[in-house]
Design a protein around this ligand. Structure first.
Ligand code: LER
Ligand code: MN
Length: 279
């Protein structure tokens, strides 16, 4: 396993202006960085590749639905969401990213006063086949991330993500397990992680139950790390925690309290904690 740091700790979006954060990741001791690719047109592919190579780091990426909606009855909304996802995949591949993950179906914070219905599920399965094919041809992994019910109503639990992966049926499409969301939605988070198993697990986000520094709260870290080791998981474990200074994130994920001195402090202390499990 390798440990990465999600750059959302320092910026709301990865662009040519934030390439220098890659060096920060290396200086803090991480093996890799996770790039929040929310605006693919703003990414400087050449500079990103160079910064990764110069710093000897590898990269994962995350994205969200910034336009349209893959589960919407509107064909235009579905196309916008799919075009964004395919474009992000292409930019990620060009930058050398190994896995792109996130809540890929509907926008963060969009609610309709009910849970997902059968028509939405079908649109999601049909929709995902297009980025899945592109991921196969590009040879890049994709992780579907279950989020807690206060951020999305579409895919909150690992069981639903597993069902989605089965129905999409691509070797490149699997699941991102986030300790923060699992702590809210799963009865037994480590059991849910085991159920995903090596077959579907593409990526892991580590975040404490209060969105703060991993190791300072009640996430079942011993059981989580044991499950990862038992299944011989050998991909990325990325710290994804937030600080209120990053306004876009603060408002999207309701980060109002400071849970660390600043982003650097959070990254340093989180990494020190995770290194107890991952050398
Ligand atoms: C959002 O809550 C989250 O966990 C992120 O991974 C979304 O990109
Ligand atoms: Mn996450």
């Amino acid at each position: 396993m390798k440990i990465g740091i999600n750059l959302l700790l320092w910026t709301g979006c990865f662009t040519k202006k934030t390439v220098k954060l890659i060096e920060k990741g290396r200086k803090l001791g991480f093996d890799g960085v996770e790039l929040p690719v929310f605006a693919p047109q703003a990414v400087d592919v050449k500079a990103t590749r160079k910064a990764l190579a110069d710093n000897g780091l590898r990269a994962t990426a995350c994205t969200i639905v910034v336009a349209g909606n893959m589960i919407s009855p509107s064909a235009r909304d579905r196309r916008l969401a799919l075009d964004h996802l395919v474009r992000v995949l292409e930019v990620c591949k060009a930058c050398g990213v190994e896995c792109l993950a996130g809540p890929l179906f509907s926008p963060l914070g969009k609610f309709v006063g009910r849970g997902p219905n059968a028509a939405e599920w079908k649109r999601a399965v049909t929709g995902m086949r297009k980025p899945a094919n592109r991921a196969e041809s590009l040879d890049i992994h994709v992780g579907i991330e279950p989020l807690n019910r206060f951020e999305t109503y579409f895919i909150n639990i690992c069981d639903d993500a597993i069902r989605m992966c089965r129905e999409v049926g691509s070797p490149k499409v699997g699941i991102l397990y986030d300790t923060f969301h699992a702590n809210i939605e799963e009865k037994k988070p480590a059991e849910a992680l085991k159920k995903i198993g090596k077959k579907w697990l593409k990526q892991v986000h580590t975040c404490e139950n209060d969105r703060g520094i991993p190791g300072t709260g009640h996430v079942p870290w011993d059981a989580t790390m044991r499950a990862l080791k038992q299944m011989k998981y050998d991909r990325w474990v990325v710290i994804e925690s937030f600080v209120p200074a990053i306004k876009e994130l603060a408002s999207a994920a309701n980060i109002w309290r400071s849970l660390a001195k600043d982003g650097d402090d959070l990254a340093r202390r989180g990494l020190r904690f995770l290194r107890r499990y991952i050398k």
